[in-house]
Ligand binder design. Sequence first.
Ligand code: PHE
Length: 348
Amino acid sequence: MATIEEKLQTLREETLAKLKTIKYENAKEMQDLRVSVLGKKGVLTEILKGMKDVSAEMRPIIGKHVNEARDVLNQAFEEAAALLEEQKVAAQLEKETVDVTLPGRRIPFGNRHVISQIREEIEDIFIGMGYQVVDGLEVESDYYNFERMNLPKDHPARDMQDTFYISEEILLRTHTSPVQARTMDAHDFSKGPLKMISPGRVFRRDTDDATHSHQFHQIEGLVVGKNISMADLQGTLQLIVQKMFGKDRVIRLRPSYFPFTEPSVEVDVSCFKCGGQGCNVCKQTGWIEIMGAGMVHPQVLEMSGVDSKKYSGFAFGLGQERVAMLRYGINDIRGFYQGDMRFAEQFK
Ligand code: PHE
């Protein structure tokens, strides 16, 4: 029968030999081998059981050999593990060569929303004419949204602009017109006329369909100064319409009603598709309605402390969605709000 020392010798030789054959692809084999050699139920433990038959004086010597064998094997396993890891990384690097001639990955670029594009375009036109661009409040008071626009609490015209109430006196504004009153309040007329536009979101209690949305965007316009007349309104709107829809476009003013303007008009533009002959865009009339406008009601001026005998002004309100729909032939307003990339990307 082999002595403990012989057994140790064999174990060392066999284990080291086996270690050499293990490849990095099956590194798990090494783990298994380690357990079978050095584990609690491994070969070395088994050999140690033979110590009970060793004489007392031989024990320290043999014990030393056992420890030595354990150390050598432990170290051999550590080194083998490190080597396998190195081989693995090397192999991976070999595979992952970088092809510097490959084209780069495309980063998808977004684009400005078509409503923002229209708004900026209109802002630019007005800034060019010396207007200031003013911000308003989306959450407004009943007072500014209605009363200051000459719509007292029981005014029947409020029905046209039913909205969302935060409380009895606070609401989501139904139009950008309250900005008229707020800007006039703040303007010092002794320093010159007021010329402003105010783009923004407005809200109405509407049932959404292809042409109605409970929220949409307007651009308010207001000019107040000395000797501002209906002719100024007409000239200004004519210019804007040409810039937005083309040189050949003309406007038509139709009598209308708004509580905050007098006289009030509905502004039509000659159809840019058929030029006025009549087609599906203009519903065979040759004209397309694009905004409401009028001369600022004296009452509205007075409520801002502006002397209506000295000053006069015009105002208009334009729907941004409507401009976009007309220009690009969009037939469903809901497209603006759904965030569908197929819609958005058409306006790059
Ligand atoms: N505020 C009106 C609306 O929302 C539009 C308008 C603005 C009309 C200014 C006249 C003058 O319907």
